[in-house]
Write a protein that binds this ligand. Structure first.
Ligand code: A2P
Ligand code: MG
Ligand code: MG
Ligand code: MG
Length: 421
């Protein structure tokens, strides 16, 4: 990991953990105490937030946009890509050295790691700094409640170190240092309720935490709602092969994808490397389900594998399911790695908007269709939850009519078999 990130020295976090520290252009001069550097930026007369806003506005307008006209949502997309890429860097660092003590259990028993919190803090901070004008609303998965408990002191300190280390690796944000309270408050910016008016960012800081902990797929999923509609999305997938999921030759294959889409402008993929060039992607055009393969959750607890296998059988799909974690499935579908995505959570589970918003726009802008089990478009305007019929399905326009029939027949059969019990 150190070699890949070009890191030069090691900064000890105590007996349990060591974080690599790199010394890029804007970091303090060699010899300047690293900890002092953290705190000088906190207490400088101009706030760190203002400092980076000014700096980033200058660098963004000069280097990213040049003098050309900036079209609708492109400034927001650039900020979203920046935020997701930096958060991905933090996640990669943690996944490489994950410890059991980095995984906590939330009230709903789902896992949460230092990287979920760190990623949310980074995205919240970067978005707010890059987009300084107007109100900032963020609907995000995590909150600071558990981190504020006395028992979480060590974990909070570790998250704060991770966030500050990650900021230090970026040429624009390297002079920013957050205190523990700064990290907690960045996380808590994500408490917005969203809704049908105004603009709201929607974030899953790590989608597929179980995959992340296992060392498998996960995604940093970020989208923007404008008047209740998804208008842009980015999906950072650090473990997804850049060319195709079918190509598993990791020696030659480049790993790590950043999917993006703006409404009406198509979908793109590029590597997570700084300065990489995006290429346009499209869903597959196949129209015979016999040639199709389908994606579903790796975790049987997240989606009914029996139901999806019945749907696939009815359609005539021959290939076995491709089970991967997270919204990486939407990204893979959007570039034609497979033809169908089926998601049928167990009874009582309520889908959240951050689990689908970014994936939804990447797939629809790649020419695909995403609906609930009744064929309704997904409605992201109702607050933090999606209000939908039974499940979520995605495919191309050719396969959707027959997929919907297979889905409805399978659900009916399942209901009949339950009522016979
Ligand atoms: N019991 C559950 N049923 C369905 N989805 C769940 C459940 N618990 C967590 N999830 C969420 O499902 C998504 C991952 O699903 P999958 O990888 O199976 O497609 C994640 O958003 C995950 O949340 P999280 O963001 O906390 O990982
Ligand atoms: Mg979670
Ligand atoms: Mg999620
Ligand atoms: Mg999550």
């Amino acid at each position: 990991m150190a070699a890949r990130l070009g890191l030069s020295t090691v900064f000890s976090l105590g007996p349990r953990k060591a974080l690599p520290v790199r010394l890029p252009c804007l970091l303090p001069a060699p010899g300047y105490p690293f900890h002092r550097h953290f705190f000088t930026s906190l207490y400088s007369p101009i706030s760190p937030l203002q400092l980076v806003r000014n700096l980033s506005q200058v660098t963004m307008s000069a280097s990213i946009y040049g003098t050309s006209q900036i079209s609708s949502y492109e400034k927001e997309l650039a900020a979203a890509k920046k935020a997701a890429s930096l958060a991905a860097r933090l996640c990669q660092l943690v996944q490489a050295e994950i410890l059991q003590s980095d995984v906590q259990s939330k009230a709903d028993k789902s896992p949460v790691t230092v990287a979920d919190y760190g990623s949310q803090a980074i995205v919240s901070l970067v978005l707010e700094m890059e987009l300084s004008s107007g109100p900032f609303s963020l609907v995000a998965e995590e909150d600071s409640e558990d981190l504020r408990k006395d028992s979480s002191k060590e974990i909070l300190s570790r998250i704060t170190d991770l966030v500050n280390y990650t900021l230090s690796t970026d040429p624009v944000f390297c002079n920013i240092t957050l205190s523990e309270e700064g990290v907690l408050s960045a996380i808590d910016k994500g408490k917005s309720e969203g809704g049908s008016s105004g603009r709201h960012w929607v974030l899953d800081p790590i989608d597929g935490t179980k995959g992340f902990v296992r060392g498998d797929q996960y995604a940093i999923a970020l989208a923007l709602l404008d008047q209740g509609k998804v208008v842009l999305g980015v999906l950072g997938c650090p473990n997804l092969p850049l060319a195709s999921i079918q190509n598993t030759n990791q020696n030659v294959e480049q790993i790590g994808c950043l999917f993006s889409a703006i409404v009406g402008k198509g979908a793109l993929v590029q590597s997570l490397d700084e300065g990489s060039s995006p290429t346009k992607i499209q869903v597959t055009t196949i129209d015979n389900p016999v040639d199709a393969s389908f994606f579903e959750s790796f975790e049987a607890a997240h989606s009914l594998h029996d139901l999806t296998s019945n749907i696939a059988k009815k359609l005539g799909v021959k290939a076995p399911p491709v089970r991967i974690d997270s919204q990486a499935k939407y990204g893979a579908l959007a570039r034609g790695d497979g033809a169908i995505y089926l998601r049928f959570p167990h009874k009582g589970y309520r889908e959240k908007i951050w689990d689908h918003a970014a994936g939804y726009i990447v797939v629809t802008e790649a020419g695909g269709v995403v609906t609930d089990a009744a064929g309704n478009d997904l409605d992201f305007s109702k607050g933090r939850y999606l209000d939908l019929d039974t499940g979520i399905i995605a495919t191309n326009t050719n396969l959707m009519p027959s997929l919907l029939v297979a889905v409805q027949e399978s659900i009916k059969e399942q209901q009949e078999s339950v009522s016979l019990l």
